[in-house]
Design a protein around this ligand. Structure first.
Ligand code: GLN
Ligand code: ZN
Length: 767
């Protein structure tokens, strides 16, 4: 019989209960026992909901107090020495210190690195690997949760990260060795873990190996064979789960590994299904991940059911049905969204609704289509309505999109010519100073914005308040002596939400939270329809800001690629099309800013790199349309209007040509934490335009002193000609406090002065 199961359920809670409990615990307001109790009740609730939905196998150990990769490092006893783990079980506070550097008990210690989980917006804690690491089961969490679920009476399937994925994600912190060398020590511990699970009565264990969707070196492919051959003797059945992409060159390895079952992502890679079914050994079950775990749309039940029926004719009882990946990447429950437009709501499915879909497939496959006829009809009607809905499609948007020409993505003249005009117009000193856009968002600002949204204060009062705030940050910047000013973004809650709310085609949920890292969640906007600008979005604020000062004021926008990458996007047209629509809408804003007398316009592309596909062969296509979209936004202006862009990273080595192809006149990037090492790329690649490498790490409360900044800039000047360098912080300042910001910027301006004196001295020393 077909088995309906799930790979993982959101752990944060429908109302972010876990977030609030964690933060209370970290602040010392509740004790560990209270936190554990809350966690247990959330787990029980999530298991119950999935059981009630009709799932046959319910995931366990998908819960985490911070991150499942960190849980696994703790399980394996892989705790870096600086945390002084004294053996035995890793304490909860040690665990939190690894995640965030501090906990209610134990001394503050540098946290482990955190980084993006594949191409999602979830972040995991990077395992630290060193040659002398010894693995030993050092946490009871997995086993306790198994017992907990079994005691309630559920049919469960524990989930753990696979040894190869865990190693791949780890980072060598000491010595120089091949990570695969650790396998020999690692596999026996996995063997022990599986044995213990077996003793607890577990039949199936899901082992996640999503790296099978990546480009893997040959020795890693071979390591898969070795590892799973060794684990073959384990008494439990292994479901090897892959997701996030096609298996491609890894397909033959994945299919033939000696495990009892394989899970594949049939949403991202539907084209591989036939081959997989063909090649799957006859003893193996196939779990087809057919409900999209990465997006919020209702599944097209009819279409998917046809796919599954075909699979069933080949697989018979060996067919399992699941979401494509864990559901932690979608919000919990659509039913909570009582303010959402009913029509749009009927097109959506969050985690709970997705579990219903999965069990519906099982019913259809077991009892026949007629047993779910009503649901199928309803789904067909919904899909039909969505395809034809007048709120989705706007002819004017289609027409405009069709009229985009290559020329619209090009500035009138090349940078060299533009820069001459710009230099003349702005007459800036060498090493001009600026900031990235936002200034500290005080409680007062947040309160007023909130009150305005709730209609508790008038538009007039709100405007006056924001203008006062803008004026005050301008005065501060002037007295600090900055050369290029910003308005400070007090009117923005979030760099994507602000624009999404003013564009057509977006909706916002109330509880659509998705875990980003630890207790941090994001609420991505939903792009459901054609995007157009309904009215100017930033013009009045920027115009006002420019009227307060003689200095150049940067207009400030979030770029099309970033808006796209930080939203749930429509699945009825390519991402590139949606991006182009956003780009056109923003292009109007850029042009209007110019009309309003704004001479510098910054278009932030904080998330451009995030959108890179998992496989390198797909990068070119993505970068091509992403860069084009940026250029479409930016290129409608005159040569003398200066376009800036900003990116919150500078790991550009592999995409530097695309960054240059964006053709922004100035780019500001993050570099201070790496001591400008990230600029090494500019030794081989002559970046043609101007760059502001960040000199102030805004993620830290530390204030850089003048000498430090000078040293950083001197390093930068060895790679990029001085006349093309700017001086600025790493990113926006909205999360910092005023005293530190003022002190840091004061030092930054003083450092610019030192740099200018030095460059005067060298140029006058020339013959
Ligand atoms: N302009 C934005 C700010 O200063 C940029 C933020 C970002 O890059 N994440 O806040
Ligand atoms: Zn940034």
């Amino acid at each position: 019989m077909t088995v309906a199961h799930n790979l993982g359920f959101p752990r944060i809670g429908a109302r972010r209960e876990l977030k609030f409990a964690l933060e209370n615990y970290w602040r010392g307001e509740i004790d560990q026992a209270t936190l554990e109790q809350l966690a247990a009740s959330l787990r029980a609730q999530h298991w119950q909901q999935q059981a009630e939905a009709g799932l046959d196998l319910i995931p366990v150990n998908d819960f985490s107090f911070y991150d499942h990769i960190l849980d696994h490092s703790a399980l394996l006893g892989c705790v870096p020495p600086r945390f002084e783990h004294e053996g035995g079980d890793v304490r909860l506070d040690t665990y939190f210190r690894m995640a965030r550097g501090r906990a209610p008990h134990g001394k503050p210690t540098t946290a482990c690195e955190m980084t993006k989980w594949f191409d999602t917006n979830y972040h995991y804690i990077v395992p630290e690997l060193y040659p002398q690491v010894e693995f030993e089961i050092s946490s009871r969490k997995l086993f306790n949760e198994v017992v907990e679920a079994k005691n309630i009476g559920y049919n469960i399937k524990p989930v753990i990260p696979g040894p190869l994925t865990w190693l791949w994600l780890g980072k060598i912190k000491q010595g120089n060795f091949n990570k695969l060398d650790l396998l020999d020590k690692l596999i026996p511990v996995y063997g022990e873990i599986l044995n213990r699970l077996n003793k607890l009565g577990v039949e199936w264990v899901q082992i996640d190996e999503p790296i099978l969707a990546l480009d893997l070196p040959q020795e890693w492919k071979q390591a898969f064979e070795k590892t799973y051959n060794l684990l073959q003797s384990s008494p439990v059945k292994i479901l090897l789960a892959t997701y996030f992409g096609a298996l491609e060159d890894n397909l033959k390895y994945a299919v033939s590994l000696p495990v009892a079952g394989l899970h594949v992502d049939a949403v991202r890679a539907p084209h591989e299904l036939t081959t997989i079914i063909d090649q799957l050994p006859a003893y193996k079950i196939l779990s087809i991940g057919i409900v999209d775990g990465r997006n919020i749309w209702r599944t097209d039940l009819q279409k998917v059911l046809s796919t599954l029926e075909t699979a069933q004719t080949h697989l018979a009882d060996r067919l399992w049905v699941a979401p494509s990946c864990s559901l932690i990447h979608v919000p919990v429950d659509l039913a909570q969204e009582d303010k959402l437009d009913d029509e749009i709501k009927s097109w959506l499915a969050f985690a709970l609704q997705k579990t219903d879909e999965i069990s519906l497939f099982k019913k259809a496959l077991t009892d026949g289509r007629q047993s779910v006829e009503t649901e199928l009809d309803k789904s067909a009607a919904c899909n039909q309505a969505r395809r034809q809905s007048s709120i989705v499609h706007q002819d004017t948007v289609t027409q405009r999109l069709n009229s985009v020409t290559e020329k619209m993505t090009e500035r009138n003249s090349p940078y060299q010519q533009r820069s001459r005009l710009q230099r003349k117009q702005f007459n800036l000193p060498v090493y001009p100073t600026t900031t990235i856009g936002s200034f500290p968002q005080t409680n007062e600002i947040r309160k007023i914005r909130h009150a305005f949204k709730q209609n508790k204060i008038t538009a007039k009062k709100y405007t006056e308040f924001i203008q006062k705030e803008i004026n005050s940050v301008i005065k501060k910047q002037e007295s600090l002596g900055l050369d290029v000013l910003v308005h400070g973004e007090p009117e923005r809650n979030d760099m994507v939400e602000y624009f999404g709310e003013l564009l057509s085609g977006f909706v916002f949920t109330h509880f659509g939270w998705v875990q980003s890292y630890g207790s941090r969640c994001v609420k991505p906007p939903i792009i459901f329809g054609d995007i157009a600008r309904t009215k100017p979005m930033t013009i009045e604020w920027s115009r006002y800001a420019q009227s307060c000062t003689e200095k150049p004021m940067k207009g400030m926008l979030t770029g099309p690629v970033t808006i796209l990458n930080w939203s749930f996007v429509r699945d009825d047209q390519p991402r590139s099309e949606t991006c182009k629509q956003i780009a056109l809408a923003l292009r109007d804003e850029v042009n209007d800013l110019e009309q309003a007398g704004i001479k510098m316009i910054q278009i932030d592309e904080a998330a451009l790199r995030e959108g890179l596909p998992l496989r390198q062969k797909d990068w070119g296509k993505y970068l091509d349309w992403a860069v084009k979209s940026f250029r479409l936004t930016a290129s409608g202006v005159k040569d003398k209007t200066q376009i800036h862009t900003h990116m919150c990273y500078s790991e550009f080595n592999d995409i530097i040509e695309s960054i240059a192809a964006m053709d922004a006149d100035v780019i500001t990037i993050e570099t201070s934490r790496s001591d400008m090492e990230l600029l090494d790329v500019f030794e081989d690649f002559q970046y043609p335009n101007e760059i502001g490498p960040g000199v102030y790490d805004i993620h830290s409360p530390n204030i850089p002193d003048v000498a430090q900044i000078v040293e950083l800039m001197q390093k930068a000047a060895t790679r990029i000609p001085a006349e093309r360098l700017w001086i600025n912080p790493d990113c926006g300042l909205k999360t910092r406090g005023w005293p530190e910001v003022e002190a840091a910027l004061k030092n930054m301006v003083a450092a610019a002065e030192v740099m200018r004196q030095q460059s005067l001295a060298t140029s006058s020393a020339l013959p």
